[in-house]
Design a protein around this ligand. Sequence first.
Ligand SMILES: [Fe+2]
Length: 493
Amino acid sequence: MRAAAYYLISFFMLIIYISQVSHQISASNIHCLIISLLIIFGLGLFARHYLIEFVVNKAEYSVQVLRQFITELAVFVVMAIVFMIYASPFLSFSCEMKLAPAFIIMGLFTAVEFSLKRERQLIRYCVRTKKHIDIHGKYLPVPIKLMIISIICIASVTFVMTTVVSKDIKWLITLQKSGLYLDQHIIVILKMSIVAFIFLALIINLIHSYAKNLRMLLNNQNNALKSLYSGNMSVEVPVCTNDEFGSMAYYTNKMIRKLRQYTSELKASKKVTILCLSSLAESRDNETGAHILRTKFYVLALARKLKNHPRFSAFLDDETINLLGNCSQLHDIGKVGIPDSILLKPGKLTPEEFEIMKRHTIIGRDAFLAAKKRLGSETTPFLELAQEIVYTHHEKWDGTGYPQGLKGEEIPISGRIMALADVYDALISKRVYKEAFSHEKAKEIIISERGKHFDPDIVDAFLAVEEKFKRIAHVYIDSGASDGCTLVEQVSR
Ligand SMILES: [Fe+2]
């Protein structure tokens, strides 16, 4: 339909043009001209349909746009040649010569429009199928394409308007000299306006077409980068054009693949580091068993429940919750610095020993401070959060905790969540100085500590997810083994 519309506009423009430049066209033979032009445009449209099918549609995607341009233009060139031979009896020689540029101008407008349309189809195809076209080094740069379109627009308008106007001015001067001048200038202005309007519409359509393609290509690039920024590492930019945009998409995809590889390696090394460190801490404390693993899942359950709570939502986004789960495994890392005589004592600690035991929060904090100092400005959210948990997980809501005696909101959210998870697990676990409490008994103790040891809202969240706590405790039941390697194996599974 669009092709037929373009051929109809070209036909109409050529009728106006020929009637302007040919002295032999009169009222008696204009119908012959119209019929011959109609036949040629009809045949041209028919030939175009098959040429596009065989020459363009069956070509490789990377050359389809260029082939579309050449085919469209070639059809107009052939139509011009055929018309000049066929219609020469109606036309003067000078008119025949002037016909070639007129056909080529209309051919160029049609060729550019349909090449842009072809490019748009390819973009949609690549986005839909997630396929990429093969790009190669040789392509028409975008600024050159823009320049060509601008030159076509300016040159064609100048050529047609000058040709049309010059004859009419001569005609008006002749009429004026012979005294027959009436209101013929109105006819000239009307004719000029129609020609100018059609050209303006064609130019606006080309600019709109090109802008649409640019917007689609930029959106592809932009959406992929936004998606990548929000953590989607599987995203790719469709490579749909053999130009700078195609090249940009191609190298962006290469960059994303490398980033994916590096991130995967980094995640693996971080996981291994956390597991090794937590296993190290665990291996020194043979009563904890799978404590580290259970507390991680308690922390995650509480954090996910609190995610939509107005007091916690600003802090607990998905990324932080995930980080919180990983960092929680290191909460007792400072225990590596506590003497075995205290850490492994088969009984209750004396007040002096307990004071030494309390130092595990400071030892852990200092380890992270040293790591941050070495990293300098390259500190990470992981290090910050891990340090926070290690240092504050024994603080109490009423200010009676240690090591700083922080109170209420002074205690970081991470420390408050960790505190409940840690205590719950200690309550339901067997110790040399006590038997394991049931879930109901542990729950009772936690409720009694609401607003004393624990943040009241975190206790409420615990009550809301208590079934999850029971399931976690059941799945990751203490095997009695304290071997770090065993834990690593469990976690890996
Ligand atoms: Fe601790």
